[in-house]
Design a protein around this ligand. Structure first.
Ligand code: ADP
Ligand code: MG
Length: 607
């Protein structure tokens, strides 16, 4: 007998194992899910190869997954007849961190300083076995006819051993020697309940000590009428690795232009919103129940990456290579059909249950907005799905609703961006629209202005920032006549100098003395704020104009007193401008302003 070769784990694996072994993780049982899912993956891969005509070792061996427990030896064993591994694959797959799941996990652990609950969410895959094992032994033989068998073993601490294994069947057998504290996993009854919980839908029989335990069902291929909510939820929990049920499910068949069976789910929560890294689509592509591509890229646009589920299309050629799959015309066609159908589904849901849709929009609305900004194809359908609070409605409504309430003479759709509802209502940009009784969409996220910038119109009506609207109130007898108002504007412009573009009389202010308006037609104060942040405080190459209210007592007073008190009036003009900047969220230097306010107060008390 040859002596086994010793190999060191790659540093990251050693680190991962250390975390896995030492975490006080309560759901240790997920190692069963992980090993069965690996066995199912290996079996699917084998079936795929065999179906596409590849020569295989032991072609007639049945495709089952067997779990056996030994309560005396305290072991649990997982056996599959899948593709197995060659010696190189053993080293690559079980000794390095090339595969995605564990990599993402390590990343998360680094960012979430030791929060072991995410083990369950990400799955550390094969290494989960070391939560319960004193030793793991892997017997494996590749499907490739010219290969031989190998035995891999490790205590999960620093290194592993590999030696040749004689007379092995095709596939993989993993024997786990359990830690004393984890001997419950060698009790058949306990293991059975875990398999049922996690692996009920695996497309191959799972036998526990010789008896099949899973209900084999590719739920998406069955008729809606045969399926219960529980069937769907369990299927979702299994494929979505989620403890909760889904928020939405969408099960549909199509015959033209492609034969599609799809079962799609929207989770209750967006992990990205919770601060997790950009998620990967978890929609798997099947052809007649055979896995073509898991986490299929290209099946949906990026901005629908929160979807989970299964798409099965008989029109997919089985032997298509996975690499070319992504770009194929067929894939693009699938993408278009699926995306349109899903957006239509959301539109219907929004109509039939607005509260539930509001919940969805709160979690996933920003993905739809991302779609509007990044993808022209579905822009109009996406625009219908937007929901905003408005000046008239504290519950968010769609833009179509807004339009249905527009008075006849109103031609454009208006919006305001501010931190919250109160700030929108108090905005000087809202005054004129309020006086005209025009409804205004309220944005609490500056990002929405970019969304509008891409949409430009809805149903033929322009989307216009309130501050950019050329709304004019009915002309009234102003407290300052035209000449006096013009002279005041000139004075303010002189006082402020180059800091500002034009100063003019406003036709839309009611309560505020003055308001800043961007001189560039394409700009708004919100965009200026965003540009400034991106520039890290650098100058934005456009100036503001100032519009002044000819009816405000402050303006009337200023015009009357500026000749007698030129210095004080200049300070007041500067303060009026700063106040307008504050109101637009654009004031940069409060220190300079404080000095001026103190000086003004001083003049007031010593008068
Ligand atoms: P993942 O399943 O996310 O790729 P795992 O840690 O679960 O990560 O498994 C690592 C790799 O080891 C798999 O990608 C696969 O290549 C290989 N592997 C694990 N279990 C088996 C098995 N039963 N048969 C064949 N290959 C396996
Ligand atoms: Mg795995």
């Amino acid at each position: 007998m040859s002596t086994p070769e010793k190999h060191e784990f790659q540093a990251e694996i050693a680190q991962l194992l250390d975390i896995v072994i030492h975490s006080l993780y309560t759901d240790k049982e997920i190692f069963i899910r992980e090993l069965i899912s690996n066995a199912a993956d290996a079996t699917e891969k084998f079936r795929f190869l065999q179906t596409s005509g590849t020569a295989v070792f032991e072609p007639d061996r049945p495709l089952t997954i067997a779990v056996s427990t030994d309560d005396t030896a305290h072991t649990i064993t997982f056996t599959d007849s899948g593709i197995g591994m060659t010696r190189d694959e053993l080293i690559e797959n079980l000794g390095t961190i090339a595969h995605s799941g564990s990599k993402a996990f390590l990343q998360q652990i680094k960012e979430n300083a030791n929060n072991p609950s995410i083990i369950g969410q990400f799955g550390v895959g094969f290494y989960a076995a070391f939560m319960v094992a004193t030793k793991v032994t892997v017997f494996t033989r590749s499907y490739q006819p010219g290969e031989s068998g190998w035995i891999w073993s490790s205590d999960g601490v620093s290194n592993y051993e590999i030696e040749p294994g004689l007379d092995l069947n095709r596939g993989t057998k993993i024997v786990i020697n359990l830690k004393e504290a984890d001997r419950e996993f060698s009790r058949a009854q306990h293991v059975e309940s875990i398999i049922k919980r996690y692996s009920n839908f695996v497309g191959y029989p799972i036998e526990l000590n010789g008896t099949a335990v899973n209900t084999i069902s590719a739920v998406w291929t069955r008729n809606k009428s045969e399926l219960t909510d529980t069937d769907y939820d369990e299927f979702y929990k299994f494929i979505g690795h989620d403890i909760d049920g889904p928020l939405y499910r969408f099960h549909f068949n199509a015959d033209a232009p492609l034969a599609i069976r799809a079962l799609l789910f929207v989770p209750k929560h967006s992990l990205e919103k919770l601060g997790m890294p950009k998620s990967e689509s978890e929609v798997h592509l099947y052809c007649r129940k055979i896995l073509i591509q898991s986490k299929s890229k290209g099946l949906f646009p990026e901005w629908l990456r929160f979807l989970k589920g299964v798409v099965d299309s008989e029109d997919l050629p089985l032997n298509i290579s996975r690499e070319t799959m992504q770009d194929s015309a067929l894939m693009q066609k699938l993408n278009k059909v699926l995306t349109s159908r899903f957006l239509k589904f959301l539109e219907d849901e929004a109509k039939s249950d607005a509260d539930k849709y509001a919940e969805f929009f709160k979690e996933f609305g920003h993905f739809l907005k991302e779609g509007i900004v990044s993808d022209y194809t579905h822009r109009d359908a996406l625009a219908k799905l937007l929901r905003y609070e408005t000046s008239q409605s504290e519950t968010a409504v769609g833009i179509a609703d807004y339009i249905s309430r527009m008075p006849e003479e109103q031609k454009e759709i208006y919006f305001i961006t501010a931190a919250n509802r109160e700030a929108c209502l108090a905005s000087p940009y809202y005054e004129g629209l309020k006086a005209k009784n025009y409804e205004v969409l309220f944005f609490f996220d500056p990002w929405d202005e970019f969304v509008m910038d891409h949409l430009r119109e809805f149903d033929g009506k322009k989307l216009v920032a309130a501050e950019r609207s050329d709304i004019a109130l009915e002309p009234t007898e102003n407290k300052l006549d035209d000449t006096a108002a013009r002279l005041l504007c000139n004075f303010i412009k002189e006082s402020l100098g180059d800091k500002i573009g034009d100063v003019r009389v406003s036709k839309r202010l009611v309560d505020s003395p003055a308001v800043v308006v961007e001189s560039d037609k394409g700009m708004t104060s919100t965009m200026r704020r965003i540009m400034k942040n991106m520039n890290r405080g650098g100058e934005v190459p456009f100036k503001h104009d100032l519009e002044v209210n000819p009816n405000h007592p402050m303006m009337v007073g200023l015009e009357n007193s500026r000749k007698d008190h030129p210095d004080l009036s200049k300070q007041i003009a500067e303060q009026i401008y700063d106040n307008a900047l504050i109101s637009a969220g654009l004031l940069e230097d409060p220190q300079a302003m404080l000095k001026r306010i103190n000086s003004l107060l001083e003049q007031l008390v010593t008068k």
